[in-house]
Design a protein around this ligand. Sequence first.
Ligand code: HEC
Length: 106
Amino acid sequence: MRPAMIVILGAALIVIGVGIALSLDDTLDHGQEVYAMQKCALCHSISGIGGKKMALDGVASRLKPDVIRKWIRNPKEMKTDTIMKPYPNLPEKDLNDLVTFLMTLR
Ligand code: HEC
């Protein structure tokens, strides 16, 4: 390979890497926004901020993403007598980003 090619390939890889990092950043920001907009913090706390019913710190170490999805969509499926509110109408993208955000809480 010619040196110029290597430089171009290297630059392309950096651009792709930064792009992926930025889009993950957007996803996390949006996930956190959904968490705020849906008022999860009425009941849940993260780092001590929010409702006292249940801390979500470390939730990603306890639960798999698809289990977290079930909790949000239909909590009664997870625990029949839970007081948690279901979110059946949350748009799929909002749910995905919210779960991605929650998966950062290790
Ligand atoms: C009305 C209060 C309330 C609201 C609002 C609420 N939750 Fe919950 N949630 C609970 C309670 C209480 C539990 C624990 C299960 C139980 O004991 O009923 C729980 C459990 C969970 C769990 C399982 C945690 C674990 O470690 O087992 C997740 C994940 C969760 N909630 C996420 C959310 C998200 C995300 C939102 C916002 C979209 C939300 N909750 C809104 C009350 C609430």
